[in-house]
Write a protein that binds this ligand. Structure first.
Ligand code: SME
Length: 161
């Protein structure tokens, strides 16, 4: 695996993801340790998109527990059905929240985060294993393009569990 990510500087967001995804796969291929892989994925996504916060929560019983991330300190436990993360888990679907103040029950780990995407990822037998969470301090950065490609990252995660 190359030591640095190779992304064309003038690429569109869609193209950046197209260039990044095979590199995320290469970054994790051959490494069996989940913590190491999640840590590198969080770092690669953060380095590429400069989001306020990006990381993982992992299912543990009836809660999500904080996993590897990049960004400010965050809430460590979220109950199933609570917040954006717990709702994405309970409903087994990605959630794009353009304005967190409009999402009832949003859990504000940081008052500077204003928009959010949460994408569940699954075990090979279809159980939610955790969620990928992206937070932005801007209203205009996260959209359906991100959701579509982050769901591809979630598919990669299934192969790493
Ligand atoms: N905002 C999330 C909590 C996690 S932090 O954003 C890192 C939620 O409502 O579930």
């Amino acid at each position: 695996m190359a030591e640095e990510l190779q992304i064309e500087s003038a690429a569109s967001k869609d193209e950046i993801y197209r260039q990044l995804l095979p590199q995320l796969s290469a970054l994790t291929t051959g490494e069996a340790n989940l913590t190491a892989n999640l840590a590198n994925l969080a770092a690669a996504l953060h380095q590429t998109f400069k989001w306020w916060w990006v990381g993982f929560y992992l299912v543990d019983g009836d809660e999500l527990v904080l996993g590897p991330f990049q960004g400010p300190i965050a809430c460590t436990r979220i109950k199933k059905g609570k917040g954006v993360c717990g709702t994405a888990w309970a409903e087994r679907r990605s959630l794009l929240v353009p304005d967190v103040d409009q999402f009832p029950g949003h859990i504000a780990c940081s008052s500077l985060s204003v928009s959010e995407i949460v994408v569940p990822f699954y075990t090979p037998d279809g159980q939610v294993a955790g969620v990928l969470d992206v937070d932005s301090e801007r209203y205009d950065t996260l959209d359906a393009t991100d959701v579509g490609h982050l769901e591809k990252v979630a598919e990669l995660l299934t192969t790493l569990l």
